[in-house]
Design a protein around this ligand. Structure first.
Ligand SMILES: Cc1cc2nc3c(=O)[nH]c(=O)nc-3n(C[C@H](O)[C@H](O)[C@H](O)COP(=O)(O)OP(=O)(O)OC[C@H]3O[C@@H](n4cnc5c(N)ncnc54)[C@H](O)[C@@H]3O)c2cc1C
Ligand code: SF4
Length: 557
C-alpha cells in the first residue's frame, strides 16, 4: 500500500501553509489547500498505520496504547489509543495519521437543528448558507451509509428486543463505511466492508472511510508534504507577518532523531490537532507571549458521551469483533455500530439522547474476561475463556455508546508542561443520571446487569470517560466570548475585540462552543469545509475539482 508520509529529513524550512494534526479538521484543510495549489506541510504527532497494520491481537493492542495522567506515563507517545487519565474525567483520543477516524465507529450524524439555534453560535455561522454547503461536502467525502443488512445483525436485533423498555424503535445508523467496493472521491479503491465489527480497533480491510483514505490521500495526490512523528509544541510570529511552527520529533521517526526540536515557517497555519492538541498548542503559545483570548481552555464538553455495558443478559448479541482475516468462520458481526435509538425531547434539546449498540474490537477479546471478573462473575468468565468469547456468556455482552448534552463547563489548562482537565462537577452532570436510567432499563429488559464501568476497581476509578472531547478554543463573536471567530480565525486579545491573528486558524473539535448531542465527526468536518470556503473567498483562491452539490454550490467558488 502506498504510504502518504515522507521522512522528516525532507521537511523544508518554509511552506505556504502548515496544517497541524491530521484528523477531520486537519484533513479537510490539507486537502483543500493542496487543491488550491498551496505548498502544504501536514505535521502529525502519531505514526502512519496503513490498512492491514492495525492491532489484531491483544499483544499488538498493548503496544498501541499510551496512558498518561498526573502520576503516570505509560506506552509510546505515538501509540494509536491515547488515554488521558484525569482527576475529574478520562479522555480517549486517536493518535496517528488520520486522527480519531482511525479508531472511531464512524457514526455520522447531524445535530438536532435546535443546537445551531442556540445563541452561543454567532449569527454569521448559524444563518450561513455555507453551513449547509459544509455538511454536503463532508457527506460527499466521508459518504455515510447504512448497512443494507443492518436489521439482520444480531446486535441490532438484540437492541430492538430490549428497546421496548423505552418504547422506541431502533433505526439503522449512518456510518462512514463502504458497504460496496468503490473508488472514493480521492481516487482510492476501497473494498467492501466484511462486517467484521473491528472499526474501533482500526479497519484492516480498508472499508472504513477514514481521513487517511479520503482527505489525506487527496492532499498527498495534490502535492501536500505529510510528516508523521512531528509533535507541535507552540507557535510564534516570524517577524515578517508569518508564523513559526515549533515541533519535537517523536520516538520512532524514520531517519530522524527523537526529541530534536525543529521549526518550519508559513504565512498560514491551520491547527487541526483536536480538542486536546489545539488547545494545548495555543496555551503553550500564550505562555510564549502570543496574545490570545482569556476564554482559551474554557467550555470543554464531553458531548454527554459514555460507553457502558450490559452483562449476563439472556439475549444472543454477538457484539465482539472477529477482525480481518476473521478469527471465527461463518460469523457476521456488522459494522461496529449498526443501529441506534433516538430519544428526542421535544421541549428541551438538552435532554435528547441517542443510544447506539456497539461491538468491541477483536483484539480486546482476550481481555474481556479479566475486565468483567471484578463484577464477581468468575464462573461465567471462565466458561467464556474455555469456549472463546464468541460463545458462552460473552455472546450476550451488550455494548452501548450513548451521546447527549452536558453543560460544557470543563476547563483545560497547563500544569507544568502537561494538559489537564479541570471539571470537579463532571460526575454530577445531570446527563449521566439520564443515560444510566435509560441504559439500565435496556439491560434489565434482557435480564442482565448494567456495568457502567468495568474498570472502576482499577486506576480508572469512578470518573466519567469520554471519546468525544469538544471545546477549549470555542467559537465566539469576539475575544471576550470565544477563542476563534465563526471562520476559525484566532482572536488577537488586547487588540480590537474582533481583531484576529492574520493567517492563524483552528479547525477541529476544539472550536465547538457547546455539546452537539450527536457523534461529532460530521459537524467537525462540515465546519472545517465551511471555514475553508470562507478562507478561499477571503484569500481569493478556489479548490480545483471540488463541488459540494450542483444546487448548493457556493457563490464564491
Ligand atoms: C473509540 C472512539 C470512537 C468514536 N466513535 C465516533 C463515532 O462513531 N462518530 C463520531 O462522530 N465520532 C466518534 N468519535 C470521536 C471522533 O473520532 C472525534 O470527535 C474526531 O476524530 C475529532 O476530530 P478532530 O479533527 O477534532 O481531531 P482528531 O481526529 O482527534 O485529530 C487530531 C490529530 O492531531 C494530532 N495531534 C494532536 N496533537 C498534536 C500536536 N501537538 N502536533 C501534531 N499533531 C497533533 C493527533 O494525533 C490526531 O491525529 C470516536 C472517538 C473514539 C476515540
Ligand atoms: S466492520 Fe470491519 S471491514 Fe467493515 S469498516 Fe469496520 S473494521 Fe472495516
Amino acid at each position: 500500500m502506498r504510504r502518504l508520509a515522507r521522512s522528516l529529513r525532507h521537511v523544508r524550512p518554509s511552506y505556504d501553509a502548515v496544517v497541524v494534526g491530521s484528523g477531520y479538521g486537519g484533513g479537510v484543510a490539507a486537502a483543500r489547500l493542496a487543491r488550491a495549489g498551496k505548498r502544504v506541510a501536514v505535521l502529525e504527532r502519531g505514526r502512519e498505520i496503513a490498512v492491514g497494520e492495525f492491532p489484531r491481537r491483544f499483544s499488538d493492542l498493548r503496544h498501541d496504547l499510551q496512558l498518561s495522567g498526573r502520576h503516570a506515563r505509560l506506552g509510546s507517545p505515538t501509540g494509536l489509543y491515547d488515554v488521558r487519565l484525569g482527576e475529574h474525567m478520562h479522555i480517549l483520543v486517536g493518535c496517528g495519521l488520520g486522527g480519531g477516524s482511525l479508531i472511531n465507529a464512524g457514526v455520522a450524524l447531524r445535530p438536532d437543528p435546535r443546537v445551531f439555534a442556540d445563541q452561543v453560535w454567532p449569527r454569521e455561522l448559524a444563518h450561513d448558507p455555507l453551513l449547509e454547503a459544509g455538511f454536503l461536502a463532508a457527506a460527499r467525502w466521508l459518504r455515510p451509509a447504512r448497512d443494507p443488512g443492518a436489521y439482520e445483525r444480531s446486535k441490532l436485533q438484540a437492541l430492538r428486543r430490549v428497546s421496548t423498555a423505552l418504547a422506541v424503535e431502533p433505526v439503522a445508523a449512518p456510518v462512514t463505511v463502504s458497504f460496496q467496493e468503490i473508488v472514493n472521491p480521492a481516487g482510492v479503491t476501497q473494498p467492501a466492508c466484511t462486517l467484521c465489527g473491528d472499526c474501533c480497533g482500526g479497519c484492516n480491510v480498508g472499508a472504513k472511510n477514514t481521513v487517511a483514505l479520503t482527505y489525506l490521500s487527496d492532499a498527498a495526490a495534490h502535492g501536500a508534504h505529510i510528516f508523521t512523528h512531528a509533535k507541535v509544541r507552540h507557535l510564534t510570529r516570524d517577524g515578517t507577518g508569518g508564523w513559526q511552527v515549533h515541533f519535537a520529533v517523536q520516538p520512532g521517526a524514520p531517519e530522524a532523531e527523537a526529541e530534536t526540536l525543529l521549526t518550519v515557517s508559513a504565512n498560514l497555519v491551520v491547527l487541526g490537532a483536536g480538542t486536546l492538541g489545539s488547545t494545548e498548542i495555543l496555551l503553550r503559545s500564550r505562555r510564549e507571549g502570543l496574545a490570545l483570548s482569556e476564554r482559551l481552555g474554557h467550555r470543554f464538553s464531553a458531548n454527554g458521551d459514555i460507553i457502558a455495558f450490559g452483562w449476563g443478559g439472556k439475549l444472543s448479541v454477538g457484539a465482539i469483533g472477529i477482525g480481518a482475516p476473521p478469527k471465527l468462520k461463518d460469523c457476521v458481526v456488522g459494522a461496529t455500530v449498526s443501529g441506534q435509538i433516538e430519544i428526542v425531547d421535544a421541549g428541551d434539546v438538552g435532554k435528547s439522547l441517542t443510544i447506539q449498540e456497539g461491538a468491541l474490537p477483536s483484539a480486546m477479546a482476550p481481555i474481556l474476561p479479566v475486565l468483567f471478573l471484578p463484577n464477581g462473575r468468575l464462573l461465567g468468565a471462565l466458561q467464556s475463556l474455555i469456549s472463546g468469547v464468541y460463545q458462552g456468556p460473552f455472546a450476550g455482552l451488550q455494548t452501548f455508546f450513548a451521546v447527549s448534552h452536558d453543560s460544557a463547563s470543563g476547563q483545560l489548562w497547563l500544569e507544568g508542561d502537561r494538559l489537564e482537565l479541570h471539571w470537579p462537577g463532571a460526575r454530577d452532570e445531570p446527563v449521566y443520571a439520564r443515560l444510566d436510567a435509560a441504559l439500565e432499563a435496556l439491560v434489565r429488559q434482557a435480564e442482565g446487569s448494567y456495568v457502567k464501568n468495568p474498570l472502576a476497581g482499577t486506576m480508572m476509578g469512578h470518573q466519567p470517560a469520554t471519546a468525544h472531547p469538544l471545546g477549549g478554543c470555542g467559537i465566539g463573536r469576539d475575544h471576550h466570548e470565544g477563542v476563534v471567530n465563526h471562520k476559525g480565525q484566532v482572536f488577537a486579545a488586547g487588540a480590537g475585540a474582533n481583531d484576529v491573528h492574520v493567517g492563524l486558524y483552528v479547525m477541529d473539535g476544539s472550536i465547538m462552543p457547546r455539546s452537539l448531542g450527536a457523534n461529532p465527526l460530521l459537524t467537525i468536518t462540515a465546519l472545517a469545509e465551511r471555514a475553508m470556503l470562507h478562507m478561499a473567498h477571503d484569500h481569493g483562491f478556489s479548490f480545483e475539482g471540488v463541488s459540494t452539490s450542483s444546487e448548493a454550490q457556493p457563490a464564491i467558488m
